[in-house]
Design a protein around this ligand. Structure first.
Ligand code: SF4
Length: 377
């Protein structure tokens, strides 16, 4: 099969995009210029978060911070709060720092220069390339996982990832600079997400079907090949849900830097590899009490490890002293939405009788007898 000319590929791709483009809340209408601020927001949100989640979270975030100036002027706690549900909070912090830097260094206008963009907090090569193509019409093809998959299949590249990445980038780069760079970038995103999907690609409706070498060879779903992934280590810990007799729950704030930096959490023992030593972990309890263990831990995947937290729950004895009273943040269960809680903490709260996330305010708490059978320490 002869290799298809880049011009033909772009023409077919754009014709398909004009007929099948996804309507997404951050996208400009067909033919209209994109707003650099919206592109910036969406690109930060879409790093490591699905389009479906971002589609739901983008409109309220934009309503709360309608301009780069409004975002730059906001307090960090407000930005983190509005970011809830999007995960990976360090991106929210970087976005906030980015807005402030654009205001200070560039008078509030996002630069269109690649080096200036990459000098901003949170903007790496891919995000800079996507902003330049979509917001400023620069002749670039931002290469993400969708584009790598498309190139591997279209050209039948059987070298496994990540070794094949430079070659795939080079092939994608040949599509740059022809027509409508922003639409080419977005069309590739859409084609990869809706047609050339990781599983069960819809080859019969693909605009590149006549040129696709993987399809011709019956290898569409098998590509791209990947080098075997290293297993993520499993860490375990004991999380403590301590309630006052009035129902308020004890939280603390994580240190500003590092994983889940600055977010609220239930106190817990250190997260360590190996089996959970409950007796030792209880030494990290925020106060002495009769701790009741929930059966079955909560699991959550982070980039570099998987976390398994077992929930221990107790009511504070009026005479008991807190281990770290200065760090204590007491929050009534009806006001949990005022906290910046990471997903893993929400999962824990759902386990408990205080798990009001998802329960309408004022709804009856489950009776104590409705607790799952667990252990009492
Ligand atoms: S023909 Fe199939 S495998 Fe090839 S690019 Fe299109 S959807 Fe992907």
């Amino acid at each position: 099969m002869k290799q298809a000319a880049p011009g033909w590929l772009v023409d077919r791709l754009l014709a398909w995009y004009d007929a099948h483009r996804r309507e997404l809340p951050w996208r400009a209408a067909a033919g209209a210029a994109a707003s650099p601020y919206r592109v910036l927001l969406s690109e930060f949100m879409l790093q490591q978060t699905t389009v479906a989640t971002v589609s739901a979270r983008f409109p309220p975030f934009l309503a709360r911070f309608p301009s780069l100036e409004a975002l730059a002027a906001a307090g960090e706690a407000d930005v983190l709060h509005a970011w809830q549900g999007l995960g990976y909070y360090r991106r929210a912090r970087a976005l906030h720092a980015c807005a402030r830097t654009v205001l200070e260094r560039h008078g509030g206008r996002l630069p269109d220069d690649a080096a200036a963009l990459r000098a901003l907090p949170g903007i790496g090569p891919y995000t800079a390339s996507a902003i330049r193509a979509i917001a400023f019409g620069a002749p670039e093809v931002p290469v993400d996982g969708n584009v790598l998959r498309l190139m591997a299949r279209l050209h039948r590249i059987e070298t496994p990832l990540p070794a094949a990445v430079p070659r795939l980038r080079d092939l994608a780069g040949r599509l740059a600079g022809r027509r409508r760079p922003g639409d080419v970038a977005q069309a590739l995103m859409d084609l990869g997400a809706t047609v050339c999907r990781p599983r069960r690609p819809a080859c019969p409706v693909c605009p590149w079907r006549d040129a696709c070498r993987a399809r011709a060879a019956g290898l569409a779903e098998a590509l791209p090949r990947r080098a075997p992934r290293r297993e993520r280590p499993l860490r375990r810990g004991l999380a403590f849900l301590l309630a006052r007799p009035d129902g308020a729950i004890l939280f603390r704030r994580r240190p500003p830097a590092g994983l889940l930096g600055g977010l609220h959490e239930l106190p817990s023992s250190p997260w360590q590899e190996g089996p959970l030593a409950v007796a030792r972990a209880l030494g990290h309890a925020p106060a002495p009490s009769r701790w009741r263990l929930h059966p079955g831990p909560v699991r959550h995947g982070f980039t570099h490890f998987v976390l398994e937290l077992t929930l221990a729950e107790a009511v504070l004895d009026g005479d008991a002293a807190l281990a770290a009273p200065a760090a204590a943040i007491w929050c009534p269960p009806t006001e949990l939405d005022r906290l910046a809680l990471p997903t893993v903490m929400k999962k824990l709260l759902k386990l408990s009788e205080h798990g009001v996330a998802g329960r309408p305010a004022g709804a009856a708490k489950p009776r104590r007898s409705a607790w799952p059978a667990g252990g009492v320490i």
